[in-house]
Design a protein around this ligand. Structure first.
Ligand code: GLC
Ligand code: CA
Length: 563
């Protein structure tokens, strides 16, 4: 038994199999969190060194985005080896020590599993390149002959979700131009063939590998993408335009019913452990299609991005809360709430954009789902942060599990103005001049107001931090009672008292801009989405998202009350 597992069995995380239902999960983007050895890249020892910060914040679990060996063609979502740690980030031993140290303070850990595609440096893909057309090595991926007399045209016109063709031509071992392979994302991310039993077996091995090392659960990347019927695409005239992939149901390459056979297999592995390992599906599918991913015989939980896609608007929030709680009942899972992650513009910035503004960066080519930009000149940062705090406090009071993203507890804004030369995101590189990509939410955290990388590491950071990051530093906010950091700490500490029955009761608020509900412990939650102050219901104020003024609830402010 590995050392971390030994430590885990005596840990303070306990054996409650349903621990995840109302947990607060903090997403760490490892390369941008904390850099222990000062090479400019965040690392696992950096995470371990900041465990006191996580404890004080009051998180129940952390989710680490990929830390595997990777050329970083897509921020680590291009995995070279699923059962190792990138040497620039640490070692397996560092990983085990990190898990043991997290468990020792009662924090659980989820890791990211990327099953839709590997990187083009994965041993299997290299074997596929070295093999012949039709060989077993090629059958682990999706290879096809090109069209035209010399096969120089791609097999079809399918496009990548990151822009450009979804097909890349290879050079055969003897040096001639050869077959093509399919990639839904960047060309460095060849899609696996999930009709191949070897692919199934290998992922079961990976799930056991990490579960044996004490990992409590998995976040499953593009969970709806795995199963594909390439021939049906041709026959049915389907495209892979984001509009069609995200909006038209029944797509042969997306959210197919047979993907659930994969997760039934995974569930059997999760249930080999005590407590069973949990999983949360990344699913950009409509709520009614999400039920099976979240079902107990499937992955057990799914990201619900409806709130993240909404405006700061009472009517939209009310509708989404109701439908999400209905979804939770239908699936048997708890619902999840997300306002920010590593793929979208930070919500303190999104809410500072003029209402209805394009959230797609420099242009509008329809890739709206990533919200990959926002013109910094248009952002009202103060209003954005005020609304973000109000929306967050509302979210944290809801039944279900909340996922927060590193830096949001600092009120951090999106970095809108990175020089093109430092941008890393393949979305930028495949759509230069149109999409700015997702680097703006991945800039390393400011821990101190001074120093070459604001305390992130010794010397510089892999994405440059703007000068204004100093205003958001952890150490400054730590001692300021009114800081966003202390606001999050207070709310997260109080939130444990809300974790009884997973229900809420709406109360009449007297205004279409105000939402008011009561939780089973008797706490009242009131969110004023309008700009005008409204009367504050009676009760002791537990926490408010902005300073209160006498007996009124100011505009764009939420409050928790005990009556
Ligand atoms: C998911 C990840 C995103 C990544 C993509 C391809 O959407 O969250 O960061 O680029 O999958 O792996
Ligand atoms: Ca480092």
């Amino acid at each position: 038994m590995p050392e971390a597992e030994v430590a885990a069995s005596g840990a303070t995380t306990g054996s409650d199999p349903l621990w995840w239902r109302q947990s607060l999960v903090y997403q760490i983007y490892p390369r941008s969190f904390a850099d222990a050895n000062g090479d400019g890249i965040g690392d696992l020892r950096g995470v371990t060194s900041r465990i006191p910060y996580l404890t004080q914040l009051g998180v129940d679990a952390v989710w680490l985005s990929p830390f595997y060996p990777s050329a970083l063609a897509d921020g680590g979502y291009d995995v070279d080896d699923y059962r190792d740690v990138d040497p620039r980030i640490g070692t397996l031993r560092d990983f085990e020590q990190m898990v043991a140290a997290l468990h020792a303070v009662g924090i659980r850990i989820l890791i990211d599993i990327v099953p839709n595609h590997s990187s083009d440096r994965h041993a299997w893909f290299r074997e596929a390149l070295a093999g012949a057309p039709g060989s077993p090595a090629r059958a682990r991926y999706i290879f096809r002959d090109g069209r035209g007399a010399d096969g120089s045209l791609p097999p079809d016109d399918l496009t990548s979700l990151f822009g450009g063709s979804a097909w890349e031509r290879i050079t055969e071992p003897h040096g001639t131009p050869g077959q093509w392979y399919f990639h839904f994302f960047a060309k460095e991310q060849p899609d696996f063939n999930w009709d191949n039993p070897e692919v199934h077996e290998d992922f079961l091995r990976t799930l056991r590998f990490w579960s044996d090392r004490g990992v409590d659960g998995f976040r499953v990347d593009v969970a709806h993408g795995l199963k594909k019927d390439m021939d049906a695409v041709e026959r049915g005239g389907w495209t892979t335009d984001p509009e069609e992939v995200f909006a038209r149901e029944g797509h042969p390459l997306w959210d197919r019913d047979d993907v659930h056979d994969v997760y039934a297999e995974w569930r059997r592995v999760f249930d080999e452990y005590d407590p069973p390992r949990m999983a949360v599906a990344e699913t950009w599918v409509p709520l009614h299609r999400m039920t099976r991913y979240a079902a107990p015989e499937g992955l057990g939980q799914a990201f619900n991005f409806d709130l993240l896609k909404a405006d700061f608007d009472a009517v939209q929030f009310r509708r989404i809360i109701d439908s999400s709680l209905d979804f939770a009942t239908a699936s048997g899972a708890s619902t999840t709430w997300v306002l920010s992650n590593h793929d979208v513009v930070r919500h303190a910035t999104r809410y500072g954009l003029p209402k209805g503004a394009s959230r797609t960066g420099r242009g509008t080519d329809g890739v709206d789902w990533l919200f990959s930009g926002g013109d910094p000149a248009e952002v009202d940062a103060a209003a954005g942060l005020r609304r973000a705090r109000a929306a967050t406090l509302l979210m944290l009071a809801l039944p279900g599990s909340a996922y927060i993203y590193q830096g949001e507890e600092l009120g951090l804004q999106e970095v809108g103005q990175l020089p093109d030369a430092v941008r890393q995101d393949p979305i930028f590189h495949r759509n230069a001049g149109v999409e700015v990509g997702r680097d703006g939410c991945r800039v390393p955290l400011p821990w101190e107001p001074e120093g070459p990388s604001f305390g992130f590491g010794a010397d510089g950071s892999h994405l440059p931090q703007p000068a204004w990051f100093r205003d958001y530093a952890v150490s400054t906010q730590d001692t300021d009672p009114a800081s966003t950091l202390n606001f999050y700490r207070r709310a997260l500490a109080l939130r444990h008292d809300l974790q009884g029955a997973e229900t809420l009761a709406w109360r009449a608020s007297g205004s279409p801009d105000v939402l008011h509900f009561e939780r089973p412990n008797g706490w009242q939650v009131v969110a004023n989405f309008g700009t005008a102050p409204v009367p504050l219901p009676p009760g002791d104020v537990l926490v408010a998202s902005s300073p209160l003024d006498g007996g009124v609830l100011p505009g764009e402010t939420s409050v928790w009350l005990r009556s």
